[in-house]
Design a protein around this ligand. Structure first.
Ligand SMILES: [Zn+2]
Length: 360
């Protein structure tokens, strides 16, 4: 039953709230019919019915006004990043330029998402986001494997499901926009129910998302070979652990009690680049992650490294080729790389400035 509800949410998106609206309509109909027979019952239940109707109207309105999800900031057009676009085109059998956008951000990660135009009826637009640190630390081979993994998510329609889930959650949250929980009883009840629903849906979704990750890896492995995919998984796990150790932990310490904004994460990555990319340390960090990670983490959207490697046929951590030249030098023109880093640094400084000021 739970899976059925989740499946319909993933298929229908925001329209998955329609059965609830229908149910409320049905209740209203029965209630109006009862008006002839037992006036006392109708009067006694009137406050409940008004709440139900208000909630149904709010839900129905919520469907229409779900905010657009397409993030148009930090776009990487084809003139800026021709090599990245070329890799995407090579690996994506459904590639269609007008329906593809490429973005960059400051994460050591890549992701893919989908947005539809008004009310979610029109064609999907796929946006892939590649983190600048990923390009700075990994090599072109690992970036290719990562892009193949993201394309597999799109091919297997995982992103349609997550897009629909996102729409559904936003449509539900919209209820509170029309029925204020601080001022109306309907809103208070809706907020209470909503919290329960959101918690449940999110938990189920994280479990599904972990399965999707494994499915995307298998699909990408059919194209790139399991060894290449396993290599990228090991390098990303090791790289993430090294980044935590060499960049983010010291940054946290520096932020505490800082009176001026410390060096940005990207500046720190540049300074520590050789240490982060050091093969032996990185492989050791990946091995440590593999040993320490729990076998099943209900809070994570990603499976542990051990499960991802087992999925590709590796029972133990495979020995992988060291990282070659940083992908950024091959995939982005030097001016563009500098410019993108400067933009991310400026964004980060602006956020950090408020935090330093608040703490100080
Ligand atoms: Zn993924």
């Amino acid at each position: 039953m739970k899976r059925l509800v989740l499946t319909s949410i993933l298929l229908l998106g925001r329209y998955a709230v329609l059965p609830l609206v229908g149910l409320a309509g049905g209740l209203l109909f029965i209630w109006l019919l009862a008006l002839d027979h037992s006036t006392r019952f109708v009067l006694a239940t009137a406050p409940i019915m008004f709440c139900v109707i208000a909630a149904a109207v709010a839900l129905a309105l919520g469907i229409l006004f779900v905010p657009a999800r397409r993030d148009r900031s930090n776009v990487l057009d084809e003139a800026t990043a021709p090599a990245l676009w070329r890799i995407w085109r090579e690996l994506d059998p459904a590639f269609a330029k007008p329906r593809r956008s490429l973005r960059f951000d400051a994460d050591f990660n890549a992701s893919i998402g989908e947005a539809r135009s008004y009310a979610g009826i029109f064609r999907q637009h796929v946006t892939m986001t590649v983190g600048l640190p990923l390009l700075m630390i990994l090599d072109e081979r690992a970036i290719r494997a990562t892009i193949a993994h993201e394309v597999a998510h799109a091919e297997l329609r995982h992103i349609t499901g997550s897009g629909n889930l996102f729409d559904f959650l936003r449509a539900c949250e919209n209820v509170l926009h029309y029925a204020n929980p601080d001022r109306t009883i309907t809103g208070r009840i809706a907020a209470f129910l909503l919290r329960a629903v959101l918690e449940w849906v999110n938990r189920e979704y994280r479990a599904l998302s972990r399965q999707n990750e494994l499915a995307a890896d298998r699909r990408a492995a059919a194209l790139m070979g399991p060894a290449e995919m396993a290599r990228s998984l090991v390098l990303i796990a090791g790289g993430a652990a090294r980044l935590r150790e060499l960049v983010f932990a010291p940054l946290e310490t520096d932020m505490l009690g800082a009176i001026s904004v410390p060096a940005t994460p990207l500046e720190r990555i540049s300074t520590q680049l050789a240490a982060i990319r050091d093969h032996d340390a990185l492989a050791a960090a990946a091995a440590k992650t593999m040993d320490e990670e729990p076998m099943e983490d209900p809070d994570s959207t990603h499976p542990p490294l051990r499960a991802s490697l087992a999925n590709l046929g590796y029972a133990t951590l495979p020995a992988v080729d060291p990282i070659e030249a940083p992908a950024i030098a091959q995939l982005l023109p030097p001016d563009a790389a500098r410019d993108l880093a400067a933009r991310l640094d400026a964004e980060w400084r602006k956020l950090a400035q408020t935090r330093v000021r608040l703490d100080g």
